[in-house]
Design a protein around this ligand. Structure first.
Ligand code: HEM
Length: 387
């Protein structure tokens, strides 16, 4: 085990709001062993940004890790050439060009349909009634799992995320995760049975065309679902909440002094939908005076790094015109989010502008609470608008 100072946390309070504990760690013990998590946390942006690239020490290979055991070995749990080969196979489905030319018009059509159904209602929970279906419809297209429903996509994604965070080994959580992966496999079978066409830019089609072995193809589809549903959902609803809760920031967009992309990027820095990425220590090493031993579990804390006062003025405040270049909301190394272009287009080019354009007088109708430390987002965002 590392010889990092031991810093206990109250897990319930940490899950409700991790930021006070992370700020204290970053100031007093930027590399700390947290017994309640069984891991050594890196919380300073400089350390996370540098160390994530040192894959010979901080490895993604975790053959006994929960994600590998529950979902199969995907690209996020590989290093080096095998990792890069799978990223290359997936790239045609998520490249900025495919997103702009192929996915964006489809995202806009789906979003217009969802807003058409929503508008007459006058009020809703943005997480459940807008952000969830917008994310799920987009993910059905990008994965190629067209036989799934939006609610099913959201359900299996949540079941896998719960399974991957199930360090206490709750058998019900594990069983739900297995049921979810079995359902995804059935939809993959349906997708693979479909006649392949050159126009099909989905992950399923391009990974098949690249000749990826079935086990890797299936594991990566599950990864895309577990990483591509909750995060955009929470970022869409979370950014809307943040703007409605900070009217002066929203006014900057209305007056052309800032963009929807700025608002999304600042929300993703401020609340980090993915707050942590795990690594396994592959060989003994010393970082900033701390000794790491092989097999140590390490958490790279993007959430803490994104609020590091060395890099961000008033880091706990929501300011959409701040310099966001140092933000690492999509990661900081070889595992940088493969879906970043999809997320930026779906959220900043489609979901945010279309919502505010279609629902005039949009306002909050109740309190909003955020939840989670590894994955963080609003539980519900109650809103209403002019009829
Ligand atoms: C707000 C939205 C999103 C956020 C904040 C986000 C964030 C992240 C982060 C932090 C990582 C891990 C980086 C690391 O360990 O260094 C990651 C990896 C990944 N994300 Fe995203 N993500 C988002 C949306 C998406 C979407 C929509 C997709 C798919 C269409 C996606 C697919 C992936 C994949 C495949 C990986 C693994 C890449 C690899 O291991 O090489 N993500 N994401």
């Amino acid at each position: 085990m590392s010889n990092a100072p031991v810093v206990p946390v109250d897990l319930a309070r940490f899950t409700t709001d991790p930021y006070p504990a992370l700020a204290a760690m970053r100031a007093d013990a930027p590399i700390a062993f947290v017994p309640q998590l069984g891991a050594t946390l890196l919380t300073r942006r400089t350390d996370v940004h540098r160390e994530e690239k040192r894959i010979d020490v901080f490895s993604s290979l975790q053959p006994d890790g929960l994600m590998t055991r529950l979902m199969g070995e995907n690209m996020m749990r590989k290093d080096g050439a095998p990792h890069q080969a799978e990223r290359r196979a997936l790239f045609p489905a998520v490249s900025p060009r495919t997103v702009a030319q192929h996915w964006k018009p489809l995202f806009q059509a789906d979003c217009a349909r969802i807003l058409e159904d929503l508008k007459p209602r006058g009020a809703c929970d943005l997480v459940r009634d807008y952000a969830m279906p917008v994310s799920a419809e987009a993910l059905k297209r990008v994965t190629g799992l067209l036989t799934m429903t939006a609610a099913e996509m959201d359900g299996v994604s949540q079941a896998m995320i719960d399974g991957c965070a199930n360090y206490s080994g709750d058998p019900d959580v594990t069983a739900r995760c297995h049921a979810a992966t079995a359902r995804i496999d059935a939809h993959i079978d349906a997708g693979l049975a479909r006649h392949a066409t050159p126009e099909d830019m989905s992950a399923l089609a391009v990974m098949r065309a690249a000749g990826l072995p079935q086990a890797s193809l299936r594991a990566n589809i599950k990864l895309i679902i577990s990483g591509g549903q909750n995060e955009p959902r929470d970022a869409i609803a979370g950014t809307v909440w943040a703007l409605l809760d900070h009217p002066a920031q929203l006014e900057l967009i209305r007056t052309g002094h800032a963009s929807w992309a700025d608002a999304f990027a600042e929300y993703a820095r401020w609340m980090s939908p993915i707050g942590m990425s795990p690594r396994r220590v592959a060989r003994a090493d010393r970082v900033a005076g701390i000794d790491f031993a092989p097999e140590d579990r390490v958490f790279l804390m993007f959430s803490a790094a994104n609020r590091d006062p060395e890099w961000f003025d008033a880091p706990d405040s929501f300011q959409i015109r701040r310099n966001l270049q140092p933000a690492i909301s999509f990661g900081a190394g070889p595992h940088f989010c493969a879906g970043a272009a999809v997320a930026r287009s779906l959220i900043a080019d489609v979901a945010l502008p279309m919502l505010f354009a279609r629902l005039p007088g949009l306002h909050l109708t109740g309190p909003v609470t955020l939840h989670g430390w590894a994955f963080r987002g609003p539980r519900a965002v109650p809103v209403a608008w002019a009829g």
